[in-house]
Design a protein around this ligand. Structure first.
Ligand SMILES: CC(C)(COP(=O)(O)OP(=O)(O)OC[C@H]1O[C@@H](n2cnc3c(N)ncnc32)[C@H](O)[C@@H]1OP(=O)(O)O)[C@@H](O)C(=O)NCCC(=O)NCCS
Length: 254
């Protein structure tokens, strides 16, 4: 029987350079490839069809810039099978935890590891969780880990708070992402509902295949996926038990 072991670190001290080196390798070998528009839109280094790569220092500086971070990884029979990075910041007295990277090794997908990794991140006790991802499976996993399921996400919450949360993010790509879709612009009739234009031109063939499958099996609330775009998911943390004194829903100050 396979042995699956999760590890999580919720302080920067635990997130060593060695660990990030392994995370960079996992990402570079398993994340995905650049889209054909990438050389023009992203830069010549982003060669169409070449793997999207990350270095250890880029992970540290751009994906964990606040110095308040979490990292979770999972080993299956001793092999690093997936990991997740998250960066935290505060808005109006609430802690935001943003998943800045989530990747599962190709040989270990569709067996709940992404969900398991996000369950580990969820133990940091933040108030609000966010992720931008072109892959519907990442959104499904986040909805289950931090909320309940994709059917129960609050689009109203995202509409009200996405801007105030993202505008002050220490993560540049989150701060710079442009909200897109009919949730944020009622005049948007393109089919986009809740997403960001992040200019990240990663090849969408895999996410689009997953989207087609997901749409065959359920009501997908986040709309169509455009090139250079990612879905946006921001969720209030699910609290398993609440005392009467803190059971009222608190709002994020804008
Ligand atoms: C996205 C990714 C992390 C998902 O990892 P995973 O371990 O396969 O995901 P899980 O097994 O935990 O599945 C999560 C949910 O997505 C569904 N799912 C997973 N892969 C799917 C696919 N290819 N098509 C349709 N649904 C899929 C699962 O059934 C599950 O749904 P449920 O919650 O309704 O049961 C993985 O595909 C990956 O690393 N992709 C490349 C990198 C990427 O896009 N990362 C996201 C950037 S933030």
């Amino acid at each position: 029987m396979e042995k699956t072991v999760y590890e999580a670190f919720h302080t920067d001290e635990g997130i060593t350079d060695e660990l990030l080196q392994e995370a960079a390798k996992l990402f570079s070998e398993n994340y995905g490839i650049w889209d054909k528009q990438a050389p023009e839109k992203v830069g010549k280094f982003a060669k169409a069809g070449a793997p999207v790569r990350l270095s250890k220092s880029k992970l540290r500086n751009e994906y964990l810039p606040s110095g308040i971070s979490s990292y979770a990884r999972v080993f299956v029979d001793g092999t690093l099978a997936g990991n997740a990075l998250a960066c935290r910041w505060s808005v109006g007295g609430k802690t935001i935890c943003w998943i800045t990277q989530l990747v599962v090794h190709r040989d270990y997908r569709e067996r709940g590891l992404a969900r398991g990794l996000l369950d580990q991140i969820n133990r940091d006790g933040s108030d609000i969780y966010g992720v931008m991802s072109s892959h519907p499976a990442a959104c499904l996993a986040a909805a289950r880990a931090f909320g309940n399921s994709i059917d129960n996400i609050s689009l109203d919450f995202m509409k009200a708070h996405a801007e105030s949360i993202m505008n002050v993010s220490p993560v540049e790509y989150v701060r710079d992402a442009k909200l897109a879709g009919s949730l944020f612009d009622p005049k948007d009739t393109t089919g986009r509902v809740c997403c960001v234009n992040s200019g990240f031109f990663v090849d969408h063939r895999e996410p689009l295949e997953a989207l087609a499958w997901v749409r065959d099996t359920m009501e997908w609330p986040l709309g169509d996926l455009f090139d250079g775009h990612e879905y946006l998911l921001i969720l209030e943390a699910r609290r398993r038990s609440r005392s009467r004194s803190n059971s009222r829903r608190r709002n994020v100050a804008a």
